[in-house]
Design a protein around this ligand. Sequence first.
Ligand SMILES: Cc1cc2nc3c(=O)[nH]c(=O)nc-3n(C[C@H](O)[C@H](O)[C@H](O)COP(=O)(O)OP(=O)(O)OC[C@H]3O[C@@H](n4cnc5c(N)ncnc54)[C@H](O)[C@@H]3O)c2cc1C
Length: 389
Amino acid sequence: MTTMFDVAVVGSGPAGATAARALAGRGLRVALLERETLPRYKTCGGGLVARAFELLPTEVHGVVERNCEGAELHLLDRDLHFRAARPRPHPRPAPLIAMTMRDRLDQTLATAAVAAGAELRAPCRVTGLHPEGAGIRLDTDREPVTASFVIAADGAQSDVARLAGWSDGRHLIPALEYEVEVDRDTFDRFAGAPRFDVGLVPYGYAWVFPKAAHLSVGVLTAHRGAINLHRHLEEYLRGIGLFPRSTQRHGFVIPVRPRAGLLARGRVLLTGDAAGLADPVTAEGISPAAQSGRLAAEAIHRAWETGLDPRQVRAAYAALLQPMLADLRVGRWLARVLYDHPRARAWIFRQIGQRLVDAITEVFLGARTYRGSLTGLALAFPRRVKTRS
Ligand SMILES: Cc1cc2nc3c(=O)[nH]c(=O)nc-3n(C[C@H](O)[C@H](O)[C@H](O)COP(=O)(O)OP(=O)(O)OC[C@H]3O[C@@H](n4cnc5c(N)ncnc54)[C@H](O)[C@@H]3O)c2cc1C
């Protein structure tokens, strides 16, 4: 038997689970369709920056493996070192960056959506979309589902976006994540704070994230040609003196530029990686995914009260997304300066490195946008250069 839902949310990652929780919590009938059996491994550093906590249910604190009040940034090619720290006192109680594993994090998010009233079907892969009356029929590898609206939250390889007719236009950057086990002394050496290392991987960076009992080590690059990322990650491990006892290797892509054009068409709304909303500077994708899930839910909820008119939903979603898309454009500009031009990067970091780190930290905290942070920095810049010269 086919059940009619108000909204079918495809994908139970941060975007989908957030949208489903918001809509079900407001009384809409919501199906949350997830391809995998939960919990499932997800290739991700699992770094949860402070701004994410405002978007996610409080239960996520229960799956944090380590709360970090600071992070290290190293420009390895220039021997420059900086520290990001949460200013004290700061109105937001969340840590600057919390270490999680995505299997447990995403299961917690899906459970919170179910507790709010969403119906979770997992494993259940969506394989087709067909307009049907005043709604959409979703074919799945189980029984079909019909809904008035579909929220595509099915990640970087979004089947739903393709089935709904979107061409791509996102910039997908490759990234590797190694889950490594090391001896106790080595673990203790890296356990104090997550570290980010720039200058080793062309057009990108590497990281070490300390989890409860192992390290998540990764690299990513915005380079568009062929590149052997495994070689870079192996070099990185050796370069920072990390000799794993065991390694699980995973790779995936992160979309750091949104799809061209509108992110809603017909009765389908794109969110998270399916839309291409990861942060272009840090490739942090969990909070933009959750934020866009929340905005998609808000757009549908507004129209629910007046009869779920698709035009109204699309217009509301476009308007709600606008500030986020504008700030991602500023972020893309900063990312180009930092990753595409190593000499300019080194010069900028020598002049105002700590201030730039503080500005990006403010974005992590959700206290400022890139636009606001960089405007403040630009105003201070001539004075700073003058003082140093
Ligand atoms: C190596 C690496 C490291 C990263 N590190 C970080 C980090 O430390 N911090 C951070 O914030 N971000 C990080 N990111 C980015 C982050 O993982 C993503 O941006 C984020 O997960 C996007 O969330 P989402 O909800 O849009 O999609 P996803 O989290 O990808 O969730 C999509 C869900 O949809 C399901 N699905 C897919 N197709 C279908 C289908 N046809 N039917 C039903 N279900 C389907 C999938 O199984 C999945 O559960 C990293 C990414 C990579 C690759």
